[in-house]
Design a protein. Structure first.
Length: 145
């Protein structure tokens, strides 16, 4: 396993970690060289933005304040990483399950989705150049949340 492979997986997991912890500014900075595209099938949601400002706008369109203490957590699975060493580019695909957690409520699956990403190496470090998030299935939060 190459260091590139591990660096790419770490970058992808940092994205999810920042997202789950509502660190939208940290997520947005990951798009210095990239574009964020989001489509949630069946919910009429489609947004895209380029650079940190554009990425933050996309994230704000789907984020909501959670004063009740609820939060979401993504479970990532099935990563497929393809690296072109010569070109300094890579593609990554993976699946996600979004769990919704609210005080006094049972754990609830909020959605199923996938990420289709393109990355490039700039100054020796990997960066996201395009992240396409597709929400395949979205379930409503449980009643009372």
């Amino acid at each position: 396993m190459s260091n590139d492979y591990q660096e790419i997986l770490n970058l992808e997991h940092q994205f999810i970690e920042h997202l789950d912890d509502d660190r939208l500014d940290a997520v947005a900075t990951m798009f210095e060289h990239g574009r964020l595209e989001l489509v949630i099938n069946g919910a009429g949601i489609a947004a895209e933005g380029t650079g940190p400002t554009g990425a933050r706008s996309v994230l704000q369109a789907v984020s909501r304040p959670r004063p009740d203490g609820s939060f979401g957590r993504h479970l990532v699975s099935n990563p497929v990483v393809t690296i072109d060493d010569e070109a300094g580019t890579a593609t990554v695909r993976f699946r996600t399950i979004l769990h919704y957690v609210a005080p006094g409520m049972p754990l609830h699956v909020l959605g199923l989705g996938r990420h289709e990403d393109e990355l490039a190496r700039f100054d020796g470090a990997w960066h996201i150049t395009r992240k396409r998030i597709i929400g395949d299935v979205r379930y409503p939060p449980p009643a009372g949340s």
